[in-house]
Design a protein around this ligand. Structure first.
Ligand code: MF3
Ligand code: CO
Ligand code: CO
Length: 261
């Protein structure tokens, strides 16, 4: 495996783009209301990325992807394409943003609840967030990548939810998707982490089956096979001496930016 180790100057650029990515998800929060279209949200975020962050969306044009962000509602697992569809009260919505600035990428996503939603939907969103946080806590030089999947599996099993297997976290840097692949379920793909590695952890947790389907018409939109809801959170991480730094941490989070063991 060829995993890039970031130099101090590259780490600084990853910090800058990570912070910009976090701000996009902070900025968009007040716009998540019933009646807003996902196209409107996409335009607000793209304008913000270009005009306020002097950066660009890495999604736009990526393998032909037509929009600046991914907005995935309810049974949409990931890669929801913004369009004329309006948000409704009770929807659970993932917004996934990847910013490219000074040649480096920052990738993060979170769930938003439109007004109030069902207890089950709330539990699902909480579970995805907790699974990501528990996985982040395993990361340090010398830890095994398998500990990430094991941590997520424990949280999902306890809640009685399933883990998507078709999509993974990934190394990140000059490339949007670099090595390694980060599996979110219990696995034996051993890989020892080293200081300077950057990768995402982005578990997708389903209320029902883990199985997914890709929309044949648009080639992108991934939904659960049983149409039950799905939730996801994503952060971009840096392995630091003795621990981990969350490069895309937001102000609204109750989680440390830096964990040292
Ligand atoms: N941001 C997604 C990820 O976490 C990838 C989106 S690719 C796109 O890896 F083309 F759909 F935007
Ligand atoms: Co990602
Ligand atoms: Co992403």
């Amino acid at each position: 495996m060829d995993i890039t180790l970031k130099s101090p100057s590259e780490i600084e650029k990853m910090r800058v783009v990570g912070a910009a990515t976090a701000r996009v998800l902070e900025m968009i929060e007040p716009y998540i209301v019933p009646g807003v279209t996902t196209d409107e949200l996409d335009k607000i975020m793209n304008d913000y990325i270009e005009q306020k962050e002097n950066a660009i969306s890495a999604d736009l044009g990526y393998q032909g992807y037509p929009k600046a962000t991914c907005i995935s509602i309810n049974e949409v697992v990931c890669h929801g394409i913004p369009g004329p569809h309006k948000l409704h009260k009770g929807d659970i919505v993932n917004i996934d943003v990847t910013v490219l600035k000074d040649k480096y990428h920052g990738d993060s996503s979170r769930m938003f609840i439109v007004g109030e939603t069902s207890p089950r939907n709330q539990q699902l969103c909480k579970c995805a967030q907790e699974a990501m946080y528990e996985a982040i806590k395993t990361v340090r030089p010398g830890s095994n990548l398998t500990e990430i999947g094991a941590a997520i599996q424990k949280v999902a099993d306890k809640a009685g939810f399933s883990i998507v297997r078709d999509y993974c976290g990934h190394g990140i840097g000059k490339g949007f998707h670099e090595e390694p692949s980060v599996l979110h379920y219990k696995n034996n793909f051993n890989c020892i982490l080293e200081e300077g590695m950057c990768f995402t952890i982005e578990p997708m947790i389903n209320a029902g089956t883990y199985k997914c389907k890709v929309n044949k018409k648009d080639g992108w939109t991934v939904t659960t096979a049983d149409k039950q809801p799905s939730a996801q959170y994503e952060h971009t991480l840096l392995v630091i001496p003795n621990g981990v730094e969350v490069l895309t941490l937001r102000k609204d989070e109750d989680f440390p930016r830096i964990i040292v063991h």
